[in-house]
Design a protein around this ligand. Structure first.
Ligand code: AMP
Length: 280
């Protein structure tokens, strides 16, 4: 497995691969890899000649009050997991390598990035789209795999690729959970045992709300309220629970079919997100 720290070297290598007719599958991550990340690498491995994984805790997607400084890191463990799942290349730049001190260009999606996480994290998606656009230009992928754990992020990236004509196919991958239902996340590492068991209320209440709404779409408001009450009763601080049309990320209309029921809540100081996507 090759490990690159230099973007220029990665880009040169990727362009040579392309010239020799090889296909490149790409999995961008922030590291501290778990089975959710591995599922994306497995999908890329099945489809591409060469699999590139990036490991980069991207400073531009963290607000000053967020957890950039304490975001968990385990580079050696990540390298071993990538190797075990057949990745060919890891790109792990330093922040100073990725962003010049006087960098002044952003890539910004302005509609799908506004609701849900965009409300409490108003600069988050601008950081994500900017770094993903840069990573696409460095890794030159034919396709990139994004997890539906971060469904809004996946939709924002699909819109960016469409609007900016990136020659990259975006492959959404299913959300991977622990056996007890908690969505796998690098941030689960922050949870105490007690917080972790209380946090199971997020997925439980989403499943209850989904069952109600799928049976009768007129119950959306009541089901969402019930989920908020259940998460709060378990000791969570709800950021949002919402049902939105997957295509527009607006309130569903009578014509809406596929919807996302999404939640974000704090347990202790840890902000967790989860969602269920289903048809009305
Ligand atoms: P992150 O390292 O958290 O930035 O995530 C990198 C990629 O892994 C993103 O496309 C995430 O959506 C995906 N991912 C993270 N957790 C999961 C999970 N539990 N299931 C599926 N994909 C995930």
């Amino acid at each position: 497995m090759k490990i690159f720290q230099s973007g220029a070297e990665l880009q040169k290598y990727a362009l040579e691969l392309k010239r020799s007719g090889r296909t490149i599958g790409f999995v961008p991550t922030m590291g501290f890899l778990h089975d959710g990340h591995m599922s994306l690498i497995d999908i890329a491995r099945k489809k591409a000649d060469v699999v590139i994984v990036s490991i980069f805790v991207n400073p531009t997607q963290f607000a000053p009050n967020e957890d950039f400084d304490r975001y968990p890191r385990d580079f050696d463990g990540d390298v071993a997991k990538c190797a075990a799942h057949g990745a060919d290349v890891i790109y792990a730049p330093e922040a100073a390598e990725m962003y010049r001190p006087d960098a002044s260009t952003w890539v910004e999606e302005t509609v799908l990035s506004k609701p849900l996480c965009g409300i409490s994290r108003p600069t988050f998606y601008r950081g994500v789209t900017t770094v993903v656009a840069k990573l696409f230009l460095l890794a030159q992928p034919d396709f990139a795999v994004f997890g539906l754990k971060d469904a809004q992020q996946c939709f924002v990236i699909q819109r960016m690729v469409r609007d900016m004509n990136f020659p990259v196919e975006i492959i959404p991958a299913p959300l991977v959970r622990d056996a007890d239902g908690l969505a796998l996340s690098s941030r689960n590492r922050y949870l105490s045992a007690d917080e972790r068991s209380r946090a199971l209320s997020i997925h439980r209440s989403l499943l209850a709300a989904k069952a109600r709404i799928a049976a009768d779409r007129r119950t959306i408001a009541a089901a969402v309220e019930e989920a908020k009450v259940a998460i709060t009763a378990a000791g969570g601080r709800v950021d949002y629970v919402e049902v939105l049309d997957c295509d527009t990320l607006q309130t569903p209309t009578d014509a809406s079919r596929r919807v996302i029921l999404a939640a974000a809540a704090f347990f202790g100081t840890t902000r967790l997100i989860d969602n269920e996507i289903f048809n009305l």
